[in-house]
Design a protein around this ligand. Structure first.
Ligand SMILES: Nc1ncnc2c1ncn2[C@@H]1O[C@H](COP(=O)(O)OP(=O)(O)O)[C@@H](O)[C@H]1O
Ligand SMILES: [Mg+2]
Length: 210
């Protein structure tokens, strides 16, 4: 049996990741592909507890936060992602390693060597097959996150922070073109979904469905 494919959505708050993750899952299901949607931090009972813990009471030390996220990811890989991929099920994760690189690395200044090392031990060879980075001007994504009404401490950050984070995601898209596709998020939901589907089709589906 063929292993499942691993797709991640990345980008700042309010760029449309969760919306597009759901839409892509619907399209894959309609194409007869077995797929699960999961998210980080979270994805398991323990992971969701860790997520709630961090959002409620932000650690003072960025290392504390990194290690809590890392623990959630290790559990997520072992309990959810690897078993699904082994089963031939496709996995869509709403945020993954690139969010860690951008938030914990670029924003909070954790050494890239430590991030790379954790990535190696926790994710290993199971890197995403395809990462869709949704790009949106900082002002628009902040506005959307406000409209959505669930404002996390990241959403509430200042516009220059959002710009800084956006640049971080753009740098990754630029550095890893084999894995990443940049998606223009500044279009209606359905147009973004079409661009996502095109990328998935080109990169992953050409040999699976007509
Ligand atoms: N392409 C789009 N155009 C306009 N509004 C959008 C678009 N995509 C998502 N939204 C809206 O913006 C808000 C944030 O979208 P969401 O998918 O939750 O973003 P994220 O998961 O990246 O934070 C939601 O209210 C959603 O309905
Ligand atoms: Mg979301």
């Amino acid at each position: 049996m063929q292993r499942g494919r691993f797709i991640t959505f990345e980008g700042g708050e309010g760029t449309g990741k969760s919306t597009q993750a759901r839409k892509l899952a619907e399209r894959l299901e309609a194409a007869g592909i077995s797929v699960i949607v999961t998210r980080e931090p979270g994805g398991t009972v323990l992971g969701e507890d860790i997520r709630a813990l961090i959002l409620k009471d932000r650690p003072q030390d960025p290392l504390t936060e990194l290690l809590l996220f890392a623990a959630a990811r290790a559990e997520h890989m072992t309990a959810v992602i690897r078993p699904a991929l082994d089963d031939g099920t496709w996995v869509i994760s709403d945020r993954f390693i690139d969010s860690t690189r951008v938030y914990q690395g670029k924003l909070y200044g954790i050494e890239p060597e430590l991030l790379a090392s954790l990535e190696k031990f926790i994710v290993g060879h199971d890197l995403p097959t395809l990462t869709l980075i949704i790009d949106l001007p900082a002002e628009t994504s902040m506005e959307r996150a406000h409209t959505r009404g669930t404002l996390s401490r990241y959403d509430a950050a200042r516009v220059d922070t959002h710009k800084f984070l956006r640049d971080g995601f753009l740098e990754i898209a630029d550095a890893e073109p084999e894995r990443c596709v940049l998606i223009d998020g500044n279009l209606p939901v359905e147009s973004v979904a079409t661009a996502v589907w095109q990328a998935v089709h080109e990169r992953l589906l050409a040999n699976v469905v007509a």
